[in-house]
Design a protein around this ligand. Sequence first.
Ligand code: FES
Ligand code: FES
Length: 157
Amino acid sequence: MTGPLALTVNGQKRRPPDVPDDERLLDTLRWRLGLKGTKEGCRTGDCGACTVLVDGETTLSCLTLTHEVAGQSITTIEGIGDDAVGRRVQEAFASESALQCGYCTPGFVVALTGVLREVGPNAPSSAVLDGLQGNLCRCTGYLAIRRAVERAREAKR
Ligand code: FES
Ligand code: FES
């Protein structure tokens, strides 16, 4: 089946035409909707660069068919700062300089936002880090990212 489908992306209704059944959400976001902040890394579910939120759940857009998420609410890095948790995570990454090339950063920011919303305040650090196990960074050695995670987590209290 091909044809228009209704998506809600960052709070806006979008109707990309002629999306094939087998098109991945990652490609729809980047190439049809122009939301290039969602990055393509491995395309096999192993790096987390393509992470978005679907109805608030962290989701790998490279492993998700666009038609599967019709009618659901999708949040990409472009919309992650629209709420307080997402803004805090962005600020934490900036404050801790938790990036080098930045390619993995949208995935980390989106994933951490989703995790912090899910585990709630006062969750132990280990629970937050567990939620980020699928996100890889080739540059930073993770120390600055861990500081950003702690900053964002502690700011929630
Ligand atoms: S591009 Fe989706 S997990 Fe790597
Ligand atoms: S900052 Fe370069 S891959 Fe993470």
